[in-house]
Design a protein around this ligand. Structure first.
Ligand code: UDP
Length: 311
């Protein structure tokens, strides 16, 4: 009999790609989403599939699912700096109360639980690249604090259920990821730069653009998450592409890729914006035999087609 997975945030960018992956692996999939940042269009192609079900629900309230479950993937959360500004309380609630509800459901069903955590648990990191044993440098009262601290709490809660209740748990620390189904206006660098370049608008680089990020193509991320879900490793694992680039160079790369004549303009750097970020993926390599396959220029080319369609 096929296995059944519940994916919270299933109508979101990452959640919807995970729905596709698990359907393709022969699983029954329930996507749950309150649609505050998720979008039904992301899973529209799955409606009508007998192995797929969508439930509109806010996971900060008690979660009821009928029948058995083998796996719960907790991906519900606002996940961009603009979202944290606009929805600080929801962000805190879904990372704390929502994680508690999703863990409680997994425990009641005897299901395995996988938490979507984030490189934001490292804050503005003082070690580089970031290894899983680094505890981070987070400002609890900054505007990113609502996300960072909720995810840090979520990790602690997950380990609590693992240690106290013996629940089978997994924690993935996700680094900046891009691909189709990103929201055009979520304020993140890639959707901002691609939309601006395609519309011929100025490209808004924050600060002097010397801050770095390491961007992962969504198919690579999904592969890493799938492998982690199937593994027996309870400690957090970084999944990300270690190919690091400054934001200014990233903006130039997107201008070149799109052939746009947009100009770069500089705006104030948001407070607590991490200066550097790059995953150490030794653990994912050794435990999951995983490493990214898409160099940035390839992933960006595929993603550009999506943005062209959307614009
Ligand atoms: N960024 C930028 N211009 C934009 C949006 C973002 O220069 O229009 C910068 C942002 O300040 C950060 C980097 O790009 O240094 C990545 O931002 P994003 O919001 O994508 O992710 P995060 O900061 O959470 O890694």
């Amino acid at each position: 009999m096929s296995k059944k997975v519940l994916i919270t945030g299933g109508a979101g960018f990452l959640g919807s790609h995970l729905c596709d992956r698990f359907i393709n692996e022969g699983w029954k999939v329930i996507a749950m989403d309150n649609l505050i940042t998720g979008n039904p269009n992301n899973i529209g192609h799955l409606f009508g599939n007998p192995d797929f079900k969508f439930i509109q629900h806010d996971v900060t309230d008690f979660i009821h699912v009928e029948g058995d479950l083998d796996l719960v993937l907790h991906f519900a959360s606002p996940a961009s700096p603009i979202d944290y500004l606009e929805m600080p309380i929801q962000t805190l609630k879904v990372g704390s109360l929502g994680t508690h509800k999703a863990l409680g459901l997994a425990k009641a069903k005897g299901a395995r639980f996988l938490l979507a955590s984030t490189s934001e648990v490292y804050g503005d990191p003082l070690i580089h690249p970031q290894t899983e044993d680094y505890w981070g440098n987070v400002n609890p009262i900054g505007f990113r604090g609502v996300y960072d601290e909720a995810k840090r709490f979520a990790e602690a809660m997950t380990m609590g259920y693992h240690r106290y209740h013996g629940l089978e748990t997994r924690i993935v620390r996700i680094f900046n990821t891009y691909g189709s189904r990103m929201r055009l206006n979520d304020g993140r660098a890639l959707p901002a730069f691609m939309s601006q370049a395609l519309r011929g608008e100025d490209i808004t680089v924050f600060g002097d653009g010397s801050q770095t990020r390491s961007f992962t193509y969504v198919d690579d991320l999904v592969e890493g998450i799938y492998r982690l879900a199937m593994s027996d490793h309870a400690e957090p694992v970084n999944i990300g592409n270690p190919q690091e680039i400054s934001i200014l160079d990233f903006a130039k790369e997107i201008i070149e890729l799109t052939g746009s004549d947009s100009k770069i303009i500089f705006k104030d750097l948001p407070k607590d914006d991490p200066k550097i970020r790059k995953p150490d993926i030794s653990k994912a390599k050794s435990i999951l035999n995983w490493e990214p396959k898409y160099p940035r220029h390839e992933g960006l080319k595929i993603t550009l087609e999506y943005f062209k369609n959307m614009i």
